[in-house]
Design a protein around this ligand. Structure first.
Ligand code: C5P
Length: 230
């Protein structure tokens, strides 16, 4: 059994809107709802747990009801950082019964079903799997003074996306260890890596856009428009 966790408790500081971007309507349908519509169509997913900001809990409840997710989606209050939001979602009863957990950012509404299937398949095989894409630009490590420390070999680098999939027991062990050793990470796989467990990388998809900056919104509108014409 697979449970999906959706961190949706960010405040979107980089986006510059008072409404967090996951709640903004994208061509009429809120970003979070678009993400949930994708997830809930997958045959493998038994339950979905969504972490939202405390101030948006009631709004989220109403939104889920309006779009017919009232009984399928479990809402929890998120935390200070993404990692804290996932940690809270991990504590729910739904998760305790799962064999696998797939974590997907609310702000990536265009992840195709086949990506979820591939990442889950790799997690069944290796315990942990993430999608990644090679960077298209040259990546350099910097010094605190604003100079180049070194140029990194692009062929070996990957920009990591969600969905990320894990054996539930492994992910829970990673989160427990992170709590114990005060580890902070920007994705879930990093905490599994810290345990020394291998994480498989599968091919990501370019249209799996993470809506972060205002410019991403224009691209998201275009992608949503193309999708609706199919
Ligand atoms: O902040 P970042 O770009 O890593 O956000 C990725 C996802 O994590 C977003 O969907 C955002 O809503 C979520 N998040 C969260 N709790 C936070 C911060 C971010 O659930 N405290």
């Amino acid at each position: 059994m697979v449970v999906a966790l959706v961190p949706a408790a960010g405040h979107g500081e980089r986006f510059g809107s008072t409404t967090p971007k996951q709640f903004l309507p994208l061509n009429g349908v809120p970003v979070l709802i678009r993400t949930l519509q994708r997830l809930c169509q997958l045959p493998d997913i038994a339950a979905v747990v969504v972490a939202v900001p405390a101030a948006w809990l009631e709004f989220s409840r109403q939104l889920c009801q309006q779009y017919g997710f009232g009984s399928t989606v479990r809402l929890v209050i998120g935390g200070e950082e993404r990692q804290d939001s996932v940690a809270r979602a991990l504590q729910t009863e739904e998760v305790s019964e799962a064999e696998f957990v797939v974590i997907h950012d609310a702000v990536r509404p265009f992840a195709p079903a086949e990506l979820f299937q591939r990442v889950l398949q790799a997690a069944r095989q290796h315990g942990a799997a993430v999608p990644g894409l090679p960077p298209t630009e040259t990546v350099k490590e910097t010094t605190p003074e604003g100079f180049v420390r070194q140029t990194l070999p692009r062929e070996r680098l990957r920009l990591i996306q969600t969905p990320q999939a894990f054996r539930r027991e492994l992910l829970q062990r990673a989160y427990d260890a992170a709590l114990q050793h005060h580890l902070r990470a920007t994705d879930d796989a990093a905490l599994v890596e810290a345990l020394g467990h291998p994480v498989a990388i599968i091919e990501g998809v370019p249209e799996n856009l993470k809506i972060t900056h205002p410019l991403d919104w224009a691209l998201a509108e275009l992608l949503a428009h193309i999708e609706e014409q199919r």
